[in-house]
Design a protein around this ligand. Structure first.
Ligand SMILES: [Zn+2]
Length: 410
């Protein structure tokens, strides 16, 4: 049996100033079309006239484009504008309630808030070179943090917090299978150990990777001393490009092998939600906690590692989807400070980078293993009650996860 899986991938764009200018214009034009069409329909509602649906609105759009006043709409790609009208139609239809007609009336878009536009087609995605093609804007670089899987259905460009983003929606067919294993495992991700599993096993980071990134830093320093755009500079630039490729290939290979092995052995893999982790933990938590030496290193190492983890989880996700297993993301807050045995939360539980020792019950373990056990326990809790309770108090009752205790006593 097959099922269609829909996924969304969001990346930060790195547009140049011309492209930013166009995106601002496009977002403005789409906001204009939304507000204009919405105003027309609200007026008709007031007058108790039937609403205009997409086809009529698209006709109006054509008129506006050919008019002198709204001629600026012509510079904008037409499909996002049509899409905006479709979105408005949907917003009106969704707002209709049988008991209470127009319970939720669509709202006007304000400048600077929810600035966005969607391409239903015409876009291109080049993951190897980290760029997307947006019609009438051109190729735009993006921060490629995870692999996009499936057929791209649409792309939405949006503006938030001073940055532009692209959301890529995809669809793919996956077999519904039963995973050959029934085991469930928790995973902790770190720097001295790439991953530590709750069964006590762990995988070290790729050795060659360290050497290559050192070499990269060295070559980049050399580049900075050369005259920009000179023959020597260009030569040096090429050395760096090739080094980047070597690093990327080595990383991909490592991530594929590692994720395949873990995916084969476990039906349910519980991982830390990296999004939450990046917000709450990594700034002062995990990076320092997982390896002092890394802190002093350039931001490069960190970003490469971060990217590695994100990619690793996305590999696990699609491999699990193929094999009938699953990946569960849980909140990573306090997983490094919580005692897997008695649930006591304290910074003092972390005696050092490597060692966990509970100040309450005396439980001792490798710190990454303790993290993985906590992640697993959270996974059990999510599956049992469907919701995740955040550990916010200093002390909590041990939550009923007999599996964790079994693992500990085993
Ligand atoms: Zn304890």
């Amino acid at each position: 049996m097959k099922k269609t899986i829909r996924k969304a991938f969001k990346f930060r764009l790195n547009p140049n100033s011309d492209q930013v200018q166009k995106m601002v214009e496009f977002a403005g034009a789409n906001r204009f079309v939304w507000n204009k069409a919405l105003a027309m329909n609200l007026f008709r509602l007031e007058q108790k006239q039937p609403l205009l649906w997409y086809n009529e609105l698209a006709f109006w759009l054509k008129l506006w484009k050919s008019s002198e006043d709204y001629g600026f709409l012509k510079t904008v790609h037409s499909q996002p504008l049509q899409q905006t009208l479709k979105n408005l139609e949907k917003a009106f239809k969704d707002g209709f309630d049988k008991k209470q007609p127009l319970k939720r009336i669509p709202k006007f878009k304000k400048k600077g808030l929810s600035d966005s536009f969607r391409y239903p087609q015409g876009f291109k995605l080049e993951q190897e070179s980290n760029k997307v093609f947006l019609p009438k804007i051109g190729w735009v670089k993006y921060r490629n943090s995870r692999q996009v899987i499936g057929d791209v259905k649409n792309m939405t460009v949006s503006h938030r917090g001073g940055y532009w983003y692209v959301s890529i929606q995809t669809e793919y067919e996956a077999d519904i299978k039963r995973h050959s294993s029934t085991s469930m495992i928790g995973m902790d991700m770190g720097i001295t150990r790439f991953v530590t599993l709750s069964d006590g096993s762990y995988i070290k980071p790729l050795n060659s990777f360290r050497k290559l990134s050192k070499k990269l830093a060295f070559e980049q320093r050399k580049l900075s001393k050369k005259v920009k755009f000179s023959a020597n500079w260009k030569k040096q630039k090429q050395i760096i490009t090739r080094l980047h490729e070597r690093i990327a290939n080595a990383r991909l290979d490592f991530l594929h092998k590692t994720s395949t092995n873990i995916s084969k052995s476990h039906a349910m893999i519980v991982v830390e939600d990296l999004k939450v982790r990046n917000m709450s933990k990594s700034a002062k938590g995990s990076i320092e906690v997982h390896g002092k030496n890394v802190k002093a290193k350039s931001g490069l190492n960190k970003s490469i590692l971060d990217q590695g983890w994100g990619m690793f989880i996305s590999f696990l996700e699609y491999k699990q989807a193929w094999s009938g297993g699953d990946v569960l993301r849980v909140n990573p807050q306090y997983t490094s400070q919580t005692c897997p045995n008695c649930k006591h939360v304290s910074r003092d539980n972390r005696k050092s980078q490597r060692a966990f020792a509970c100040t309450e019950c005396g439980f001792k373990a490798n710190a990454d293993l303790a993290g993985a056990l906590n992640v697993l326990a959270r996974g059990h809790r999510v599956l049992a009650c469907g919701v995740e309770t955040l550990v916010s108090t200093k002390k909590q009752e041990p939550v009923g996860s007999s599996d964790t205790r079994q693992l500990l006593t085993a």
